[in-house]
Design a protein around this ligand. Sequence first.
Ligand code: 5GP
Ligand code: ZN
Length: 136
Amino acid sequence: MSECIFCKIVDGQIPAAKLIETEKVISFLDINPVNPGHALVAPKRHVSSLLDLRQDELHVLMFVAKRVAAAVIRATGSPAFNILQNDGEAAGQIIDHVHFHVIPRDSEDGFRLGWRHLKYAEGQIEQLQQAIQQNL
Ligand code: 5GP
Ligand code: ZN
């Protein structure tokens, strides 16, 4: 039996405040929200990384994330939202079952992502442009 918490939610073995369920995707409220109404959207199939999702799963996942985001902002009255996905431990992924976070936001909510703005060294941006293009 899977030890994955999200697989257990999909199977109904542990409770969750479910929002919507389709054949391939489930959405439920995060138990420890950044803001009230913070929702998670996950494929039902256990996949760790976004890179391992099939295209059909990815399509439905993004479609449901958009639908949930629209409902969350309507329900909470929030003027904005973030859709985030932590892929890998170094990126902050704790639950090893891929999921999008849909987080209602307000300019006064006190949550900051801590974005930074580095500068490229001479020639570095072109080098990376090429390296990434060669891997597409
Ligand atoms: P990650 O860091 O992996 O992107 O986010 C995992 C999220 O899952 C966290 O925001 C955490 O609060 C949420 N979470 C962890 N365990 C449970 C659970 O048992 N139920 C629900 N609904 N959310 C959970
Ligand atoms: Zn799982």
